[in-house]
Design a protein around this ligand. Structure first.
Ligand SMILES: [Zn+2]
Ligand SMILES: [Zn+2]
Length: 276
């Protein structure tokens, strides 16, 4: 299991990413749903201030403070810089929970900011296109990796071993950055330039039918299909789907999987908690 996701547009959205113990958004109901897994979370990244993405934060902090578990572990909360609503909400939470057993660290983030993670990984925030006047961010997890320098790519295993013995591993290996995961947040389609060669794309898809979209601040299924012609992720997870499409989810998933055969497609059902 890598992800536990609950997402129903307008109601509640949160994404738990187990490999790096991260939480993306913190909609209502999260603490009751995740139970004692909330203690393993070290960092929370908030995409924007809409209530369906932040309403669970007060409960999360309170539960983490009062229930059993490793209460002393710090909690870091990152949010879009300049989001007054989130700042006021954080101040309210801090004033209501004056005696926290753990250290609560809150940090604003803006486009291009980097947060170091463990295991040679780091997170990068990017600007998204959501509601005018609302600061909103998407997030990407990247990993520093090493591979054989291209000048040595034709050498046999034996020759490579000789080189390593002579000069050491670092001599033959070059550094590169691998995009592991891109999460859109609430947004119009994320640019293919940002997504790049991400292994996994978690993208919002509020509208399955284009005609239902009255204001252009969320992504439609047609736009996802268009996007998938430019990028080649191994896996796509669509979330933030409107519950008006509950009965279409399976059908859409089958159709997308047939159209994009090389991509593993998941759609987070608005009424279910998805474990992926
Ligand atoms: Zn939303
Ligand atoms: Zn929103």
């Amino acid at each position: 299991m890598e992800f536990i996701i609950r997402s129903k547009a307008l109601y509640s959205t949160w994404i738990y990413y187990k490999p790096d113990r991260l939480l993306f958004d913190v909609g209502e109901g999260i603490s009751a749903s995740l139970g004692n897994k909330i203690y393993s979370i070290e960092k929370i990244f908030i995409s924007h201030s809409h209530v369906d993405h932040i309403a669970g934060l007060w409960g999360f902090i309170n539960t983490r403070n009062n229930a059993m578990g490793s209460r002393e572990k710090n909690l870091e909360i990152y949010y879009p810089k300049g989001s007054k609503n989130i700042e006021e909400y954080l101040n309210f939470i801090k004033s209501m929970n004056k005696y926290l057993r753990f250290k609560l660290i809150t940090k604003p983030l803006e486009h291009g900011d980097v947060v170091e993670l463990k295991n040679n990984r780091f997170l990068k925030a990017f600007k998204t296109r959501h509601t005018p006047g609302e600061k909103s961010l998407g997030f990407q997890i990247l990993e520093k990796r090493k591979k054989l320098k291209s000048i040595y790519s034709n050498l046999s295993g034996e020759n490579i071993k000789e080189l390593i013995d002579k000069f050491g591993k670092d001599h033959i290996l070059g550094n590169y950055i691998k995009k592991i995961l891109t999460i859109s947040g609430d947004s119009l389609p994320i640019s293919p330039d940002i997504i790049g060669d991400s292994d996994t794309l978690v993208h919002e898809c509020t509208f399955i039918k284009e005609s239902d979209r009255k204001i252009r601040n969320h992504t439609s299924l047609n736009e996802i299909k268009e996007l998938l012609n430019f990028i080649h992720p191994k896996r796509v997870i669509l979330y933030h789907v409107s519950s008006r499409y509950n009965r279409l989810i399976n059908k859409v998933k089958t159709e997308l999987s047939e159209e994009f055969k090389d991509i593993k497609v998941f759609i987070v059902h608005p009424e279910e908690i998805s474990i992926i």
